[in-house]
Design a protein around this ligand. Structure first.
Ligand code: ZN
Length: 203
């Protein structure tokens, strides 16, 4: 239907100029924004990095004890969130073994001092060793306890643990002293702990 003109000539004569004019119209419409971006964005980058170097992402040190990728654990260890009561399997853990900080692996409690407090959280009446746990009084008066090695939040300590018995093994001096005849009660988030069964018990 195009006769002697042919499709290729038609393209050159009509369609290509038309396309170019449309492109020119878009270019003219966009040019102020393009120029504005083109001038400001590189200037900001140049100001932020040393001359001639490629842009680098900010280098932030990992938080101490960030060995876990479990977001729930991180919420407990790093933000001080309290897990819901009765949710940790460690609350029912009755085997002999040691409980380590889930953030750094430092042993913080032993099954020897675990007892059923009825609170819904793993509970201990003494720490594993001298200086393994550090304390901080919170705004509401409660005493927060955390791993002395990495700072990971463990839980809280209350003065209503089991009654002192004459044959109690000595507790670390860094533990809270008994009060009114009761040992301290470490009320600990199970998410802040990992449990390792003692080898002789596991066989
Ligand atoms: Zn730790």
């Amino acid at each position: 239907m195009f006769g002697s003109m042919g499709v290729s000539r038609l393209l050159r004569a009509v369609l290509i100029p038309a396309a170019m004019s449309v492109a020119a119209a878009f270019s003219a419409a966009d040019s102020p924004a393009l120029v504005r971006h083109g001038r400001t964005a590189p200037a900001m980058h140049e100001a932020q990095r040393p001359h001639g170097s490629a842009p680098q992402p900010p280098q932030l040190p990992p938080p101490p004890g960030a060995s876990t990728r479990n977001p729930l654990r991180l919420a407990v260890l790093r933000l001080g969130v309290t897990e819901p009561a009765w949710t940790s399997p460690l609350n029912r853990e009755a085997r002999a073994g040691v409980f380590a900080c889930a953030g750094c692996g430092a042993v913080v409690f032993s099954s020897d001092a675990k007892f059923d407090s009825g609170s819904g959280w793993p509970s201990f009446w003494r720490s594993a060793a001298e200086g393994t746990i550090a304390y901080r009084r919170e705004w509401d008066g409660r005493i927060e306890c955390h791993c002395a090695a990495c700072g990971g939040h463990l839980g809280h300590v209350f003065a209503d643990g089991p009654r002192v018995a004459p044959d109690d093994p000595p507790a670390p001096k860094s533990d809270l002293a008994p009060s009114n005849g009761r040992r301290p009660r470490f009320c600990v988030n199970g998410l802040a702990l990992t449990f390792a069964q003692r080898a002789e018990e596991a066989n």
